[in-house]
Design a protein around this ligand. Structure first.
Ligand SMILES: *Cc1c(COP(=O)(O)O)cnc(C)c1O
Length: 358
């Protein structure tokens, strides 16, 4: 086996070794079923237990109760960009979106296929280097308001969320369960799993029953939240092994504790922002610390030679995944829950050494 890399990729992201080894064991033999998790029937009791435990853990870790339905869907984040307006953008109504980054803009583009889509705030003109200010008035007749809680590509994050006077929908793909949050503010929250919660092709949805009741109800079952709720996320052949991996992540998060995870994430991000802010070689993409993401640290090098030097030194030290998204360039270091403090400290140290060498 080749040496395991220190992986700061934005997604698919690194997973805890403890989770990988449990998953590997399940690939060979799942419990006492005499089968691999890859072979496990989606309509059997064993998978039903996986679904039920995962739903209970999501409710527990998010601090919500049975007023929320919990779903595991396929199609990742983008399928939800479609399903949300399809089901909740009322025929003669409009939806509101905050344009805070690449994914927010993509959600807006998808919504425009279905109906009137209002942009309630945008930071696009400054390369999304801050969070748009909260709208002074949110039209009360909006079907919903959509927000991206962490902007994965530009590295901004809402550290507190005002309450909205219309149903609030949060794309939490890149910061779900990364710290304490008030999930009860959301009519619906969702996350593609490949950042903080498992592997690609699985998406978690939490949806309040009152909001679900507003679903328009003319979509085919696969595209209807109500139909997925009715079938307990087993409407079609479910992604059994992917959902199992998410269950392992949820157990891992519970064992660490959300408070500890939050404190650790803050320490990791501080290590890097401190080096960047003190260094003449690097500039943070997001100047205001209050808007900075603890999950994705985005920065640029002052010149091409420095950029190459950091890539080289990471390469030599077995570090991968620090290159920025093609839309922004520079660097992006993703510090999801599974990234360790030791690995983050190593990167911070290498960046500091670069400074003394130059
Ligand atoms: C990664 C990401 C997505 C996209 O998810 P896909 O599963 O690739 O469609 C959506 N929103 C945010 C905030 C993301 O970080």
């Amino acid at each position: 086996m080749s040496q395991r890399k220190i992986n700061f990729n934005a997604g698919p992201a690194t997973l805890p070794v403890a989770v990988l080894s449990q998953y590997a064991e399940a690939v060979m033999s799942y419990g006492n079923t005499g089968m691999s998790i890859l072979e496990l029937p989606h309509r059997g009791k064993d998978f039903l237990n996986i679904i039920e435990e995962s739903k209970a853990l999501v409710r527990e870790l998010c601090g919500i109760g049975n007023e929320y339905e919990i779903l595991w869907l396929q199609g990742g984040g983008r399928m939800l960009f479609s399903m949300i307006p399809m089901n909740f953008l009322k025929a003669k109504g409009a939806a509101g979106y905050i344009d805070s980054g690449h994914w927010a803009a993509e959600a807006i583009e998808y919504s425009e296929h279905y109906g009137a889509t209002h942009i309630l705030g945008s930071s696009k003109s400054s390369k999304y280097n801050h969070l748009p200010s909260w709208p002074s008035a949110i039209p009360a007749d909006l079907s919903y308001m959509h927000i991206t809680t962490n902007n994965t590509i530009y590295g901004t994050q809402y550290h507190s969320m005002p309450t909205a006077n219309v149903p609030l929908i949060g794309d939490m793909s890149s910061d779900i369960l990364s710290g304490r949050r008030d999930y009860s503010k959301y009519a619906m929250f969702y996350a593609a799993a490949q950042k903080n919660l498992g592997t690609p092709g699985v998406a978690l949805v939490g949806i309040h029953k009152d909001f679900l009741a507003q679903e328009a109800g003319h979509q085919p079952p696969m595209l209807s939240f109500k139909a997925h709720v009715k079938e307990n996320s087993i409407l079609n052949t479910a992604n059994v092994s992917g959902i199992y991996c998410s269950l392992l992540m949820l157990r891992w998060i519970k064992a660490k504790g959300i408070n500890n995870i939050e404190a650790e994430n803050a320490r990791k991000a501080t290590m890097l922002y401190d080096v960047i802010d003190a260094s003449p070689l690097f500039t943070a993409h997001v100047p205001d610390p209050a808007h900075r993401s603890l999950m994705n640290v985005c920065f640029t090098a002052k010149n091409a030679a420095t950029e190459q030097a950091l890539l080289d030194i990471c390469n030599t030290n077995n570090i991968t995944g620090i290159q920025g998204h093609r839309a922004v360039g520079g660097f992006r270091v993703s510090l999801y829950n599974s990234v360790t403090e030791a690995d983050t400290a190593l990167l911070a140290q290498l960046m500091r050494e670069l400074e003394t060498k130059s």
